[in-house]
Write a protein that binds this ligand. Structure first.
Ligand SMILES: NC(=O)c1ccc[n+]([C@@H]2O[C@H](COP(=O)([O-])OP(=O)(O)OC[C@H]3O[C@@H](n4cnc5c(N)ncnc54)[C@H](O)[C@@H]3O)[C@@H](O)[C@H]2O)c1
Length: 478
């Protein structure tokens, strides 16, 4: 098939590469000229395992090309995917500006029988809006045929995106005409490995399904974090409790690891967008709000613990930070807990030394001119550090040389924001271990983050817009 993918970010590029690999002719579009030039030359603009090899192979094979022009790309397209970003507005709602802009251009270039597929995560009703835009544009243009539109939300996870696309748990297609179902079922046939991955439904349900999944994942993370805090306060062992939870088949084992909470480009913004959507239909969405609050509180707890450890005197203290990306396997730092911690530390006068295997550049861009010393390796971060905060569970942080860590550090406190280590192991090297929720100074009356949810959303929106984050983050430092 001839496929066009508009938006060459984490989702669009993986979609384009994997569909080309399956034998389709794919044109990827992006309005970022630098990105298109880099991709044409076979260079990935971000880190994603396995993707560069496919990119290279498909460009060489002539099945994958890049352009900045939607009109130029469309030609005889059978399917066009919209995969541009839908970042949060300052009120938490999804910003559809780029998506709707693309639809306007698309309307004047769309060939007969082409199926328009919305892959971006969008509020319920967005496909209907896009259909109206396309219908208006095509009537002014060449013909008045009914536009075939589908919602096909993406469930890939950064860091394992290629694997997820090639071997998806499920492929959701929401449409209201047989042509769209038939074209997309054919396109996805090579990925529908055992024939039962396709879930067909109406458009609005498909749009909602993506928000439902992310809300459920976020709920598990916030629930285990709340339980962890409670367990710590009651002197119970959350790790033992987790084993009990995971052993219950009704509960299942994933997303039950206490830590500093979720970040990234999806969970925070999708929760905000769904809360906003709930407001439009007068639904309270109390749980969604609590999930969000608990998540923000986790970040506050960590900073509070570090501050308390230094008796509120962070000025001049050197704090090492291991891990900048919001999770391992990616260089994505959008809404990463590491960035809010670094901003709070710098604001409090601390000297921050940071290291990440792949995300240094992305963090530098997001933090703007904030004073952070980026280290070439993990051990360099520890040199004369008064404390070390481990923010991302990269494999290389799992079993470090603790003897050397202790030797390099001036202080001895390890703030383990991902629950990676055993306290007894660290004690053998004279290191102290802080795990969120489990130590006394992690417990704090959480009234600060509650008042700052709006500020946080504003920060996130600005970061998405590429503005320096730190000026806004100052406001969330108590
Ligand atoms: N990243 C994920 O893990 C993930 C997973 C599932 C769903 N999603 C959803 O997929 C969508 C895309 O996410 P992403 O992470 O790939 O975003 P991204 O920011 O990595 O990529 C978006 C791309 O779209 C391009 N773009 C924006 N406006 C454009 C326009 N008018 N014309 C052409 N190109 C334009 C940008 O330059 C950018 O390259 C979002 O709605 C997101 O919520 C993301």
């Amino acid at each position: 098939m001839n496929v066009v993918v508009i938006g060459s970010g984490y989702v669009g590029l993986v979609t384009g590469c994997c569909l080309a690999e399956a034998g389709n002719n794919v044109v990827c579009v992006d309005h970022d000229v630098k990105k298109v030039n880099a991709l044409t030359g076979g260079t990935l603009p971000f880190y994603e395992p396995e993707l560069e090899a496919i990119l290279d192979e498909q460009i060489q094979g002539g099945r994958l090309t890049f352009t900045t022009s939607i009109r130029h790309a469309m030609g005889k397209a059978n399917v066009v995917f919209l995969a541009v970003g839908t970042p949060p507005n300052s009120d938490g709602s999804a910003n559809l500006h780029n998506l709707l802009d693309c639809a306007k251009t698309l309307g004047q270039a769309i060939p007969d029988d082409c199926v328009v597929v919305v892959k971006s995560t969008v509020p319920v009703g967005t496909c209907e809006r896009i259909r109206r835009i396309l219908n208006n544009a095509t009537e002014i243009g060449r013909h008045t045929q009914r536009i075939s539109i589908a919602s096909n939300p993406e469930f890939l996870a950064e860091g394992r995106a290629v694997q997820d696309f090639r071997d998806p748990d499920r492929i959701v297609i929401g449409a209201d005409d047989p042509h769209a179902f038939s074209v997309l079922s054919d396109l996805y046939a090579p990925f529908n490995l055992d024939g039962n991955r396709l879930i067909l439904m109406d458009i609005r349900s498909a749009e909602f399904a993506k928000y439902a999944c992310n809300s459920m994942l976020a709920a598990r993370i916030s629930m285990i974090n709340e339980l962890s805090g409670l367990a710590g306060a009651l002197s119970a062992d959350i790790n033992a409790i987790c084993r009990v939870l995971k052993g219950d088949a009704r509960i299942g084992g994933s997303y039950l690891h206490p830590g500093v909470g979720y970040g990234g480009s999806c969970l925070p913004k999708d929760l905000s967008a769904l809360i906003d959507l709930a407001q439009t239909v007068d639904e309270p969405a109390d749980m969604l709000r609590s999930i969000q609050k608990v998540n923000l509180d986790q970040r506050e707890r960590l900073f509070h613990a570090i501050r308390t450890h230094f008796n509120d005197k962070l000025r001049g203290k050197t704090i090492g930070v291991w891990g900048l990306s919001f999770k391992p396997g990616t260089d994505d730092v959008r809404a990463a807990p590491s960035l809010s911690l670094i901003s709070s530390l710098v604001q409090a006068g601390a000297i921050v030394r940071a290291y990440d295997p792949v995300a240094e550049h992305a963090a530098q861009k997001a933090l703007g001119d904030m004073q952070v010393h980026y280290s070439p390796c993990a051990m360099d971060v520890c040199a004369n550090a008064d404390a070390l905060a481990v923010m991302t569970e990269w494999e290389e942080f799992g079993h470090p040389d603790f003897k050397e860590v202790a030797h390099q550090m001036r202080g001895n406190m390890i703030f383990d924001a991902r629950g990676l280590y055993q306290s007894e192991t660290l004690q053998r090297y004279g290191l102290e271990h802080y795990v969120l929720g489990q130590n006394k100074f992690g417990r704090v009356k959480m009234n600060v983050a509650q008042n700052n949810q709006r500020t946080w959303k504003q920060w996130f929106a600005r970061q998405e817009g590429g503005e320096a984050a730190h000026s806004n983050l100052r406001k969330i430092v108590p």
